[in-house]
Design a binder for this molecule. Structure first.
Ligand code: FMN
Length: 187
């Protein structure tokens, strides 16, 4: 096992200022900073997917996302849930990254999925839709107990996610992600 830090790309499923899902992503990036370097995707600047735009040269934000994914050892998705499902902005980003089907930057990429919601269900329904999308893109969702954060709004202090027990639990998922990257190879 290499001692070099893992390179992870974080994708938040929310564009909202003060988003809980972004706060969870940030908290976990801080909690794993000794093992991984984190960068973050800006999915808010992506155009809506339109296959007519899937031609060279790709729209610059699309190309940027695809380069970020290709360069990362693994992806961390943190998302809320909209109407029992995957937020449209996140699905849009994953669709842009998923082509061509057999040669996309997502292919074989280890992916850790976390969801959160003010509801007790913690976005678990969206989590399974995200998982299906990731599988469709031939990426590798990490097989770990689901990281689902219910009542997330009550776990925020001054705009930051603060729940040591959840963070400790989620660290198991990151350990599984790192193990999958070790099996998969870097980059
Ligand atoms: C259009 C819409 C649909 C929503 N549907 C759900 C839902 O199905 N399940 C749920 O737990 N929360 C739902 N919520 C509440 C969101 O979980 C809540 O707004 C959350 O803060 C969004 O995530 P964010 O903080 O990362 O932006 C919905 C919110 C909106 C605006």
């Amino acid at each position: 096992m290499s001692t070099a830090k893992y390179s992870l790309l974080g994708i938040s499923g929310s564009l909202r200022n003060g988003a809980f899902s972004t706060a969870v992503l940030t908290a976990m990036a801080e909690a794993t900073a000794d093992r991984a370097d984190h960068s973050f995707a800006d999915i808010g600047i992506l155009p809506l997917f339109n296959q007519d735009l899937y031609v060279e040269p790709l729209p610059a934000p699309v190309q940027q996302l695809r380069v970020q994914i290709a360069a990362a050892d693994g992806i961390v998705i943190s998302s809320g849930e909209y109407n029992h499902g995957i937020p449209g902005v996140l699905k849009n980003a994953l669709d842009w990254a998923s082509r061509p089907h057999n040669g996309s930057p997502l292919r074989d990429k280890p992916v850790l999925i976390m969801t959160s919601s003010p509801a007790v269900t913690g976005g678990v329904r969206a989590q399974y839709q995200i998982r299906e999308t990731v599988i469709s893109a031939l990426a590798r969702p990490v097989g770990t107990p689901e990281i689902v954060v219910g009542h997330v709004g009550a776990k925020m202090i001054d705009g930051r996610f603060h729940d040591p027990a959840v963070i400790e639990f989620a660290l198991n998922g990151f350990a599984a992600l790192f193990a999958e990257i070790d099996r998969n190879g870097r980059g």
